[in-house]
Each structure stands twice: as structure tokens, then as C-alpha cells.
Ligand binder design. Structure first.
Ligand SMILES: Cc1ncc(COP(=O)(O)O)c(C=O)c1O
Length: 398
């Protein structure tokens, strides 16, 4: 009989020639468990998804309750579904007044598509500006605003009207003109290897968008909720976007995305033509129930309160001759090594040591530390001592 690993290679569409190939049976807290009980510390959180850890009982119960009540009943936007309404209300209560209308979709990529469509529709303009080394997703529109050609060149032609400019460079502000529908930016570029926007740059960008009638879109798929130490990263800048894009942790482990804007801007998707964005499963009731339970848990347990301190603990413990530096804030960290070959070795050998870490798409000399936000100090100490042992073994060639 073929093993699951063999069947995985035989029957599942693959995304890379070198998948991790780690088999996982169950997950709890910050741990993933393989067959036979092999335990891994999760330093990735499914790429910033599981920010209250795995298997949270309140989330699991919310999923079960909603599945009992009803699952899919109608395409998004027609029927009044309590999980969508309740979750939208909770989200809006955490956001500035201008961001009070939530359009639920299925994923980050779809939320980016929706946000850019909304900006074109509302402004009547065509231009879209994005940034070098940004990552916004893999559908055609989202890929068109990706900040590198590596993954998109083979799929050209891409969306017309997109210009890519340098991140954190004031000179590029002039690229934003009265023909620009929107600028899409991550306040903290995750896949670039955790590069934060400069405070002044983001404020100037906001001003330039106001001057030109351009909508400013913040993609916080990886940074919300709480990963950089505040519920949303943009709170640390005092700059509010016109459209906020969320996904990943939004679904509490289930697939969910959203773009959020003002009622006035959002209303433009309902007329001329109506049905400006159609999504069958967007805002799936079970996903909304899971996401709302997860966010409520995060709030009730004041989980974000410890994020900066946990990030500092990682930073203070990870001293090693192979480590060139640590970038980032809170629990979204890029550990840069003295050579990219060491980063490759850390990621590929970490599972042997009971750790899961990962690369960044556009930064080859670093590995990722983004564990569930409720990681304890003892768990952080264990993760760091295991990482240091792995680095020792790499540097001694063993
Ligand atoms: C910042 C950012 N935006 C958008 C996306 C796309 O999200 P999804 O994979 O859910 O389509 C990602 C995924 O990694 C992301 O990191």
C-alpha cells in the first residue's frame, strides 16, 4: 500500500520541487505532532495564521456550533447571516470610524483583488502603484502588484496600469498622480524579510494620496491581529488607510479574507454595475464563526500584551556567530544569517530538531520566527536553545 507521503506526491498538485514533506496528524497550542507523536514547535503559524495557537477549544466549539446551525446557504451578500454580521461588528469596533464596512471573501488574494477593483470603481481611475518586494497573493491581479518578477514573469501579460516603485523612498511619491486609483502597501513587508515602512514615508504617502484623490490600501494579511505588538500594524504609524485588507489570522484557522472601507466607498460595488464583486463562499458562516471566536479569545486573554516581550526574548536569546542580525517587531521576525546557505540549512534541518521554520519569498539569507502569539516564555526558551544547537551543529559541520 502506498504511504500518504507517496500519495501526496502522486495525486496532489505540487507548488515546488522540494516540499517540506512533513506529515502532521494533529496540532495543539504551539505544537504540531507527526505520526508516532513526533513533536514540532511551530515557528511559522501556517504563515501568520494560527495566532492563538492550534486547537483552541473556543474556536473548535464555535465551528461545531455553526456547522450544526448551518453551513453554506447562499452566495455572499444576499442573506443575513449572524456569524458575518457579528464578526463585521466586532472588527469595525476595533477600527477607526472610516473603516466601518466589511466585505468578506475567501482569501488574502481575493481581498486584494476586491480592494483594487473597489479603488478603480470608486475613483474612476486606472493607475495602481505597488512596491518592490511586496507580496499580495497569487491570483492574476494580486500577482500583478507583487514586488518581484521572479514568480510573475512566466505568466505575462499581467494587469495593465500597474507601476512598481521603491519601498520607503520619498522620491517615488511623485509617481502617485491624479491618474492613480490606488497605492497598495504592506505597513510591514513580510515576505521581503520583515521590512517596516518608515513612519515619515507612510505619512507622506497618505498626504500624497489625499492630494491626488488616490485610495491608500494597507495589506495587513500577515500583521493583523497583533503580530507586531498592536492589533493592526498601522496603529503604530498613526496613518489610516482608505481600504484595509485582512486574511490569514482573520479566519482563526479557517479560510477567510476581507477588505474593509467606508460605507461611501464600498457602496460603489453595488451599482453600475451591481454585483461589483461576486463570491460564492466569501464570508462562509463557519469561517466567520471561527474567526470571531479566535479574535474574541485574543481580546479576552489580552494576548497581544505579551507579544513585544516575547519578541524581545527571542532577540535576546538568539546570539550566535552565524546570526548577522534580527529584523522585525513583536513576533514577526527575520533572523538573518551570515550566508544564505545557512538559512537554507536551518529551514531544511529544523524538523530533525523538532522545529518548523520557513524562508521568506524575497529574502534568501533569513529564516522566519512567527510562532503563535500566546507562546510562553518557557516555550520561547526551548525554541531558542534548540535553534542555537542547530546553528552550532551547522557551524561545526555536523
Ligand atoms: C501580505 C500578504 N497579502 C496577501 C497574501 C495572499 O493571501 P492568500 O494566500 O490567502 O491568498 C499573503 C499571503 O502570504 C500575504 O502575505
Amino acid at each position: 500500500m502506498l504511504s500518504n507521503r507517496q500519495l501526496f506526491l502522486q495525486h496532489l498538485g505540487q507548488t515546488s520541487p522540494e516540499p517540506m514533506m512533513i506529515e502532521i496528524d494533529r496540532a495543539e497550542g504551539i505544537f504540531l505532532y507527526g505520526p508516532g507523536g513526533k513533536r514540532y514547535i511551530d515557528l511559522v503559524s501556517g504563515v501568520s495564521v494560527s495566532n492563538i495557537g492550534h486547537g483552541n477549544r473556543e474556536v473548535v466549539s464555535a465551528v461545531a456550533r455553526q456547522a450544526e446551525a448551518h453551513m453554506h446557504i447562499m452566495v455572499y451578500g444576499e442573506m443575513v447571516q449572524a456569524p458575518q454580521v457579528g464578526y463585521a461588528r466586532l472588527l469595525v469596533s476595533l477600527l477607526p470610524p472610516g473603516l466601518s464596512t466589511v466585505f468578506f471573501v475567501n482569501s488574502g488574494s481575493e481581498a486584494v483583488e476586491g480592494a483594487m477593483k473597489l479603488a478603480r470603481r470608486y475613483t474612476g481611475k486606472k493607475g495602481i502603484i505597488s512596491f518592490e518586494n511586496a507580496y499580495h497573493g497569487s491570483t492574476f491581479g494580486a500577482m500583478s502588484v507583487q514586488g518581484s518578477d521572479v514568480f510573475s514573469n512566466a505568466f505575462r501579460p499581467l494587469l495593465p496600469g500597474v507601476s512598481r516603485v521603491k519601498f520607503n523612498d520619498r522620491m517615488v511619491l511623485n509617481a502617485v498622480s491624479s491618474d492613480t486609483a490606488c497605492v497598495i502597501i504592506e505597513p510591514v513587508q513580510a515576505e521581503a524579510g520583515v521590512i517596516a515602512a518608515d513612519h515619515e514615508f507612510l505619512a507622506l504617502l497618505r498626504n500624497r494620496c489625499d492630494e491626488t484623490g488616490t485610495l491608500l490600501i494597507f495589506d495587513e494579511c500577515q500583521t493583523a491581529f497583533g503580530r507586531t505588538g498592536t492589533m493592526f500594524a498601522f496603529e503604530q504609524y498613526g496613518v489610516v488607510p482608505d481600504i484595509l485588507v485582512l486574511a490569514k489570522a482573520l479566519g482563526g484557522g479557517m479560510p477567510l479574507g476581507a477588505f474593509i472601507s467606508s460605507p461611501e466607498v464600498m457602496a460603489s460595488l453595488t451599482v453600475n454595475p451591481a454585483l461589483g464583486h461576486i463570491t460564492t463562499f466569501g464570508g462562509h458562516p463557519v469561517c466567520c464563526a471561527a474567526g470571531m471566536a479566535a479574535l474574541q479569545y485574543l481580546i479576552n486573554n489580552d494576548t497581544i500584551n505579551s507579544v513585544k516581550e516575547s519578541g524581545e526574548l527571542f532577540r535576546s536569546r538568539l546570539n550566535h556567530k552565524l546570526i548577522a542580525g534580527i529584523r522585525g517587531n513583536g513576533l514577526l521576525l527575520a533572523v538573518t544569517l551570515t550566508d544564505s546557505k545557512y538559512a537554507r540549512e536551518v529551514v531544511s534541518r529544523a524538523p530533525e530538531y523538532g522545529l518548523i521554520t520557513d524562508y521568506f519569498l524575497f529574502c534568501c539569507d533569513a529564516f522566519r520566527i512567527a510562532p503563535p502569539l500566546n507562546i510562553t516564555n518557557a516555550e520561547t526558551e526551548e525554541a531558542c536553545s534548540t535553534l542555537l544547537k542547530l546553528l552550532d551543529d551547522i557551524s561545526s559541520g555536523s
